[in-house]
Every structure is written in structure tokens, then in C-alpha cells.
Design a protein around this ligand. Structure first.
Ligand code: 5BU
Length: 270
């Protein structure tokens, strides 16, 4: 059955990556394909929001390097609290790091520095500009961590004038095909080609129920278009929710919109 018409539950028993199976299963259980993007300057505000938004989301996306930590102790306290919330509310953590260097350098960046991303982020992502060595470098670090880790490759970005998509996305797909146990899927604006036995989980940023853009190149589409028509699996929403007067009610609106688009899509295949 095609991943476009199979349910998340069906895919949760067959997905090639351990983390993909975990993710699809919790999405099905919680009835959510919403990833919240927590682009806020305050670690305590992020934790506060996550505790109330936790039931509505499948993934929490961070940009750890926009936070004003004063030392390694602060960072460890924050990532420890993130992990506790992920366990409490049953969601995964995705550090949107967008690695973009040679294998040897990304290995040091993913495993080391002050952030030690591989220790606490279930999922991270990478550009494919450097070629397949970037995947090898990240994979070596992931293999040293006790828990499953997965990578998303950036095939296509949401922003205006992006150089991704088209031939770039096709070449990115070829790179992923050699790495089915670590590469869980893609960041793209819609489904990628799935050959027999493949099941790429696609996460899509640039989602908003009202606005079309942000004046700085971001371009928005609705959950219906992204999940229903274009076949993506997970919507990533930032300012649409964290900028709203009532983030909990608004997150539920996005969760419902994303979920209904998914249900319609899988029903269409039967
Ligand atoms: P927004 O507030 O919903 O526009 O936030 C979108 C988030 O997704 C933000 O953290 C971006 O860094 C991230 N993003 C994106 O907008 N577009 C992309 O193609 C990729 C990431 Br990859």
C-alpha cells in the first residue's frame, strides 16, 4: 500500500526506521500530525508552552542556538526538561539544525560543542549540498547514542527563491535511498517518490491557516493543501500558533485541520 493512502497506524509497523515506527505510532494514538516550531527567545516560555501544547503535538521543533543560555549547566537543564516533557506528553524532539558541512565537521557539531544535539534530539536535519558524506558523519554519531536517532534531508524549502526542489530534490532522494535505516524522510513541500518498500516521512514548514507570507521570504500553505493535496505527513507551524492570543485553542485548530486533511487523503485511497 502506498504511504499516501496507508494509515499512520499501518505504516507504524512497517516503517524502515525505528524512530519512524515510534513517530507514526504516536501520531495515530494521539490523532495529531502537528509539529510545533518553538522559535521563542525564552527557554522557560518554551517549556511552559510545551507543557500545555504537549497533548496536541507529535513533534516539538527547536532552534537551540537562538536561546540565550549563560552556560553549559543552563543548556543541560533545558534539554533535560525538554526530554521530561517529551516523555510526559508522548512527542519527539526535532532540532532544526540544518547541518551543511563535510562529514568530519558535522560529526563534531552533532555530537559535541555546548549543545550536544545528538544526546537529546530524536530527529535532526541536514542539507545535501555537501554530498552523502554529511549523512555518514551524522550517522557515526547517532550510532554512539543509546536511543534511536533519525535524520531528515532537506529536499525543498518553504522560502521564496529557494534553490531546492526539482533536480536538487531528486538528487537528495537518491542520497536517502542508500541510508534507509537512518534517513527517516525529508523536509519538503509535499510527498516524495516512494518505491516498493520505501516510506519517506515528509515534514513541511510554511504552514498557516491565514497568512500567505511573513515579509521575509517565508511562504505559507494550508494544512489541507500540504497534507491533503500534496501528500506531506506532518505540518510544522510556528508563529501561527506561538504568536496567537490563545496558543492552546489555536494549536487544536491546526491539529484538527491537519488531521482532517490526512483522514480525507487516506479515505480517498480506499
Ligand atoms: P513559522 O513561524 O511557521 O513561519 O516558522 C517556520 C519554522 O520552520 C522556522 O523555525 C523555520 O526556521 C523553519 N523552516 C522553514 O520555515 N522553512 C524551511 O524550509 C525549513 C525550516 Br527546512
Amino acid at each position: 500500500m502506498s504511504p499516501l493512502t496507508a494509515t499512520y497506524l499501518q505504516r507504524s509497523s512497517t516503517h524502515p526506521t525505528a524512530l519512524g515506527r515510534t513517530l507514526l505510532s504516536l501520531m495515530s494514538r494521539k490523532r495529531t500530525n502537528l509539529c510545533i516550531s518553538l522559535d521563542l527567545p525564552s527557554p522557560s516560555e518554551i517549556l511552559r508552552l510545551l507543557d500545555i501544547l504537549g497533548p496536541s503535538i507529535c513533534v516539538a521543533k527547536t532552534h537551540i542556538d537562538i536561546l540565550p543560555f549563560s552556560g553549559a549547566g543552563d543548556i543541560a537543564a533545558f534539554t533535560g526538561a525538554l526530554a521530561a516533557l517529551a516523555a510526559k506528553h508522548d512527542f519527539l524532539i526535532f532540532e532544526d539544525r540544518k547541518f551543511a558541512d563535510i562529514g568530519s565537521t558535522v560529526k563534531a557539531q552533532y555530537g559535541g560543542g555546548v549543545y550536544r544535539i545528538a544526546q537529546w534530539a530524536h530527529i535532526t536535519n541536514a542539507h545535501t549540498v555537501p554530498g552523502p558524506g554529511i549523512i555518514d558523519g551524522l550517522k557515526e554519531v547517532a550510532a554512539t547514542v543509546a536511543h534511536p536517532r533519525a535524520l531528515l534531508l532537506l529536499a525543498e524549502m518553504s522560502s521564496k527563491g529557494s534553490l531546492g526542489g526539482g533536480e536538487y530534490a531528486a538528487k537528495t532522494l537518491e542520497m536517502a535511498r542508500g541510508e534507509k535505516e537512518f534517513v527517516m524522510g525529508f523536509i519538503a513541500q509535499g510527498a516524495m517518490e516512494n518505491r516498493e518498500g520505501e516510506d519517506w516521512i515528509v515534514m513541511t514548514p510554511g504552514v498557516d491557516l491565514g497568512r500567505k507570507g511573513d515579509g521575509l521570504g517565508q511562504q505559507y500553505n494550508t494544512p489541507e493543501r500540504i497534507v491533503g493535496e500534496k501528500g506531506s505527513d506532518i505540518i510544522i507551524v510556528g508563529r501561527g500558533i506561538i504568536g496567537a492570543a490563545d496558543p492552546v485553542t489555536t494549536a487544536e485548530e491546526y491539529r484538527k485541520a491537519g488531521w482532517e486533511a490526512y483522514e480525507k487523503r487516506v479515505a480517498g485511497g480506499n
